[in-house]
Design a protein around this ligand. Structure first.
Ligand code: DGL
Length: 283
């Protein structure tokens, strides 16, 4: 065996790392479990610092750097930034600093939207951090310079979905308030540009109407992860069921309870990581 194929064989046995501001990235993990059932995954939820949406780029760059370092030291073969706000603020700086391949969630959704849109009017629902970064505008225009991009920031919506029931009054009111101005732009495709929104896809569809196609970027992300692992020869190709480990910076029991609701399976192996430990990680 050549040196590089030995490396690839050793790498293929490692888990895929993934992180998010908290629980929401489990909607991205779900799609990866569907596409890559034989892979192991390590998921990191920064629940103590949720939500990321109202935070500055500098803060998100720092948090993303700390968590990517944690995952790299845990020994992962690829990192998925399973958070739209963190991808929008920090993906380029992460890719510059880390040797491990890093995949974000913005570009895959932009590609799916451009491929789906007939009238080239694309709506984006996302957090304040994602909207302010204009990442979707750049990603969509990079693929179709003539496309219209209409962004709608949805402050509070992820928190309402996480805190309560997806059918709560707060969620319903927020969806109404945010879809009214977006509908006026007459998009034919709307990207659910936040990890929590696929959980309320039926409600969004009702408010946006049947002429709008909703894009859940998570399926595209899973596809991209699969392609990268295959191209690098580091995919796990065995008849086995992957193993999943979870880390969170906040309360373990509430991570387990809310996480099981998001992922629709019990989260057994959950470990608490104190924020001080993240701050102490050195390159
Ligand atoms: N994961 C975050 C995102 O997709 C959820 C919202 C937040 O943390 O504010 O942007």
């Amino acid at each position: 065996m050549t040196g590089s194929s030995t490396d690839a064989t050793a790498l293929s046995a490692l888990p895929v790392g993934m992180f998010d501001s908290g629980i929401g990235g489990l909607t991205v993990l779900h799609e990866c479990l569907v596409a890559l059932p034989d892979e192991d995954f390590v998921y990191f939820g920064d629940t103590a610092r949720f939500p990321y949406g109202p935070r500055s780029r500098a803060e998100l760059e720092l948090f993303a750097d700390q968590i990517a370092r944690f995952l790299e030291q845990a020994g992962v073969k690829l990192i998925v930034v399973a958070c739209y706000s963190a991808t929008a603020a920090a993906l380029p700086s992460l890719q510059e600093r880390f040797a491990t391949p890093i995949v974000g969630v913005v570009t895959p959704g932009a590609r799916a939207a451009v491929q789906t849109s007939r009238y080239r009017r694309i709506g984006v629902m996302a957090t304040e951090a994602t909207v302010e970064s204009e990442s979707y505008v750049h990603a969509i225009r990079g693929l179709d310079a003539g496309a219209e991009v209409h962004q709608q920031a949805c402050p509070g919506l992820a928190e309402y979905i996480q805190d309560g029931d997806v059918a709560s009054r707060e969620v319903a009111d927020a969806v109404r308030a945010y879809t009214v101005p977006l509908k006026q732009k007459r998009p034919d495709v709307v990207i659910m540009g936040c990890t929590h929104y696929p959980l309320i896809a039926p409600l969004l569809q009702r408010h946006l109407g049947r002429d709008v196609t909703l894009v859940n970027p998570a399926a595209e992300v899973a596809h991209e992860v699969e392609e990268i692992l295959d191209r690098r020869g580091i995919a796990r190709r065995e008849e086995r069921e992957g193993e999943y480990r979870f880390f969170c910076t906040g309360d373990v029991e509430s991570f387990r309870a809310v996480g099981a609701r998001f992922l629709q399976m019990p989260l057994e192996d959950v470990t608490h990581v104190p924020l001080e430990r993240l701050a102490d990680l050195r390159p």
